[in-house]
Ligand binder design. Structure first.
Ligand SMILES: C[S@@+](CC[C@H](N)C(=O)[O-])C[C@H]1O[C@@H](n2cnc3c(N)ncnc32)[C@H](O)[C@@H]1O
Length: 191
């Protein structure tokens, strides 16, 4: 097990769990700007639980992840987490003020190993994100919001278009340029 220090937190990372990187840190910055004390929050794909750890300082949060290793790791880091594929295990519809997702977004040929679930977004990079977007509104309150981390490798414009087609009001709330990609957190709001 590794221990990672980020800001005021020590995060345990079990083998086989996504090790927090620039994308995770950008999402932490985004949630620190967005989260309100009264929010009831769901984080999809919590991984080690790093983002939910920071959310948990401010508001109520539960996480999900499809990976059993991630679920164990997030629990070790104090996060309340359900093992499920996206929203499948979430029984509460229209209950969340904010839904957060730092998804697997790298385009690839096909999933080959257990580790690919951590970052492989299918051939376009958008397959899991599109499945997420098709369901997200069912779980948001009437004035709910979502935060989605995307990369220039994933096709930011296509995702903005898809979000608009779902009647979400879209804003880019934070972005960062890296050597081979630009990372952006998109905010989608129902109002
Ligand atoms: C890029 S990592 C982000 C992890 C963590 N939130 C962070 O920011 O460091 C993506 C996470 O999504 C999870 N994941 C992949 N497909 C999923 C699915 N269909 N449903 C739920 N979680 C999924 C992976 O197991 C992984 O932990």
């Amino acid at each position: 097990m590794k221990l990672l220090q980020y800001r005021d937190k020590e995060i345990a990372i079990l083998p086989g769990v996504y090790e927090p990187a620039e994308d995770s840190f950008l999402m932490v910055e985004a949630v620190l700007r967005e989260v309100k004390r009264s929010d009831n929050i769901l984080e999809i794909g919590t991984g080690s639980g790093i983002v939910s750890m920071f959310i948990g300082d401010i508001a109520r949060v539960i996480g999900t992840d499809i990976s059993l290793k991630a679920v164990k790791c997030a629990r070790l880091n104090g996060i309340d987490v359900i093992r499920t594929d996206l929203f499948d295990g979430i029984k509460f519809k229209r209950e969340f003020d904010l839904i957060v997702f730092n998804p697997p977004y790298l385009p690839s040929e096909d999933q080959k190993t257990d580790m690919d679930v951590l970052w492989d977004g299918g051939s376009s990079g958008r397959e899991i994100i599109n499945r997420f977007l098709d369901q997200v509104k069912n779980y948001l309150t009437d004035d709910g919001r979502m935060l989605l981390l995307v990369s220039s490798l994933t096709g930011i414009e296509q995702l903005i278009e898809k979000m608009r087609s779902l009647d979400l009001v879209v804003d880019e709330i934070i972005s960062e340029k890296h050597f081979f990609e630009r990372l952006v957190v998109l905010r989608g709001a129902l109002r």
